[in-house]
Design a protein around this ligand. Structure first.
Ligand code: ZN
Length: 173
């Protein structure tokens, strides 16, 4: 397995609408494993393919946070939200492409998601709480949308500037 460098906002590749995956090739399965490893190492609870510079509809997640609970690595190709609850939830979100910055985002509390798994099988499941927020955040990435796009223009600019600064410093290091 190979760790992938994570793109930092602003980057034009984080603003693109990604292409659907026609079928699950060995190459894509390897990419998904590499993305999981990169996500656990970061550490984070979700990662979308455009964040590692691949403009394909693929996300990985694991929102298990309790110590001692078994991990639940989840890989989704072509994930799609098919239904959402009217009830909403507010979570303080962060993003591996916008390091060390967090803001509250309101999203539907429950989402029904359809996707293709590692074996190319179609799956559908309802997600709640943190999993629901995470899957929506990751699917947004596949449509070129970041969590800061839900914030006021002023806040978004401020966070973009800080992220830009982080990127400059990292490149210099
Ligand atoms: Zn993100």
């Amino acid at each position: 397995m190979t760790m992938k460098p994570i793109l930092i906002h602003p980057d034009p590749r984080l603003k693109k609408v990604c292409d659907p995956v026609p079928d699950v090739s060995d190459e894509l399965r390897t990419l998904a494993q590499d993305m999981l490893e990169t996500m656990y190492d970061a550490p984070g609870i979700g990662l979308a393919a455009p964040q590692v510079g691949v403009l394909s509809r693929l996300i990985v997640m694991d929102c298990v946070k309790e110590e001692g609970e078994p991990p639940q690595p989840t890989v989704m190709f072509n994930p799609e939200v098919v239904a959402t609850s009217d009830e909403t939830n507010v979570y303080e979100e962060g993003c591996l492409s916008i390091p060390d910055q967090y803001a509250e985002v309101t999203r539907p509390k429950l989402v029904q998601v359809r996707w293709m798994d590692m074996d190319g099988r179609e799956r559908e499941q309802e997600f709640d709480a943190l999993w629901a927020t995470c899957v929506q955040h990751e699917i947004d990435h596949l449509n070129g949308k970041l969590f800061i796009d839900y914030l006021s223009p002023m806040k978004r600019q401020m966070m973009t500037r800080k992220s830009q600064k982080f990127k400059r410093e990292r490149m210099r290091a």
